[in-house]
Design a protein around this ligand. Structure first.
Ligand code: F6P
Length: 423
């Protein structure tokens, strides 16, 4: 049996730990393990070049090849892969994968040694993409064909809600892809028999923590920690000058990072998409709160704005505008800091190594147990326990939050995010 793993969408700390766990758990359970490079894009492109045994591209036979790769001179996607002290694509049996070059090969075998040390690495070493082609039926058909050509029986997808929606669509279309490929004479009857059912499982890798039916997404704790560190740095300079800072944080349509960072840092005011300020105009509410805090002796002010924040009428709230309000109405010397991708990069914190390891192992187990009648699962975590929930339901519930926000039903959005939320 062959198992493949891919990472998709925005990278997040902990994705490498997922790949490592899936590869290792897969090997221990007797699977042949593969990686798909560059997310769904790699699945669509597949392997156009045959594996080569040319020593020119074989870092084992020719160590200078590794240097070339490290020097970033290697073509295309090779430059995206970083290698530890281990060998490139050495499989679990100790056989190097025919010394294959990665040029024109997106679906490649990976072994025990290939993922050595990956739990500690940031980003995703196998590459990721937001593939436009995979969003088309033709792209998904090509992806199905490539999987079948390589004989892959099961797929682990690690990505955010968009990527998992893609996984869900891919599985639901699978029977029609099989029929088309068979009718076009692209796959044999034997392949039809073997690949009649796609085993697919999703793991949620996203710094946004915006997926329903799980408490935490892989990478969110690390991003939160990065924000806290940044706020520690801001605090000392803010207090020195008695300034106000408006900090914009990531999270797309989700306010988790902003809210939790605000609680960790003792922010004066926080803007999140799910619960816009209740009063109209919100400027009064914010200024009153901050004025009170200053009156009781605060020397500095911190306002956190989630990048997706808006007012009750869905008008975006921008950090620059908040700065203007603080300057004009409260006379505060105010600066804006946008943390950007510093929140997303870097090494995973301990929890973003533990969670993907446990979830990666569970994913392999779920794939082993999958039958045509079981739903595709998303591996989540609820109250500290690793869970399996139907991928389709989690995706639908996540979409329902976005719909509730768009309909300005903020109470519903909050209770969908947190069933225990009280208005
Ligand atoms: O979904 C993860 C995320 O980092 C969001 O928080 C942010 O809005 C977006 O991706 C940024 O995307 P990009 O890396 O394409 O700029």
């Amino acid at each position: 049996m062959k198992l493949a793993v891919l990472t998709s969408g925005g990278d997040s700390a902990g994705m490498n730990a997922v790949v490592r766990a899936v590869v290792k758990a897969g090997i221990l359970r007797g699977w042949e393990t593969w990686i798909v490079r560059e997310g769904y894009e790699g699945l669509v492109r597949g392997n156009t070049d045959p594996p080569t045994t040319s020593t020119l591209d074989d870092p084992v036979a020719d160590p200078s090849a590794r240097q070339r790769v490290r020097g970033g001179k290697a073509t295309n996607f090779i430059a995206n892969l970083r290698f530890g002290d281990g060998d490139l694509l050495r499989d679990g049996t100790g056989d190097h994968c025919s010394g294959q070059t990665l040029k024109g090969r997106y679906i490649v075998r990976a072994g025990w040694d290939d993922v050595r040390g990956w739990a500690a690495e940031g980003g995703t070493l196998i590459g990721t993409a937001r593939s436009k082609t995979f969003r088309t039926p033709e792209g998904r058909l090509a992806a199905a064909h490539n999987l079948i050509k390589e004989g892959i029986d099961a797929l682990v997808v690690c990505g955010g809600d968009g990527s998992l929606t893609g996984a869900d669509i891919f599985r639901s279309e699978w029977p029609s892809h099989i029929s088309t490929l068979q009718a076009d004479g692209k796959i044999s009857d034997e392949q039809v028999e073997k690949h009649g059912h796609l085993r697919i499982v999703g793991l949620v890798g996203s710094i946004d923590n915006d997926m329903s039916m799980t408490d935490l997404t892989i990478g969110a704790p690390t991003a939160l920690h990065r924000i806290c560190e940044a706020i520690d740095n801001i605090n000392s300079t803010a207090a020195s000058h008695s300034r106000a800072f408006v900090l914009e944080v990531m999270g797309r349509h989700c306010g988790w990072l902003a809210l939790l960072a605000g609680v960790s840092a003792g922010a004066d005011f926080i803007f999140i998409p799910e619960r816009p300020p209740q009063s109209d105009p919100w400027e009064d509410e914010m200024c009153e709160a901050i004025y009170r805090h200053r009156e009781v002796g605060k020397r500095k002010t911190l306002v956190i704005v989630a990048e997706g924040a808006h007012d009750n009428n869905l008008k975006p709230i921008r950090a620059e505008y908040v700065k203007e309000v603080l300057t004009d109405r409260l006379g505060l010397d105010t600066r804006v800091t946008t943390l950007g991708h510093t929140q997303r990069g870097g090494r995973p914190c301990a929890f973003d190594r533990i969670l993907p390891t446990l979830q990666g192992m569970e994913a392999v187990k779920a794939l082993l147990e999958a039958t045509p009648d079981t739903p595709s699962y998303m591996i989540g975590v609820r109250e500290n326990k690793i869970t399996r929930v139907p991928l389709m339901e989690a995706v639908a519930m996540t979409r329902a939050v976005a719909d509730a926000i768009a309909a300005r039903d903020f109470g519903k959005a909050m209770s969908l995010r947190d069933p225990e939320f009280q208005q």
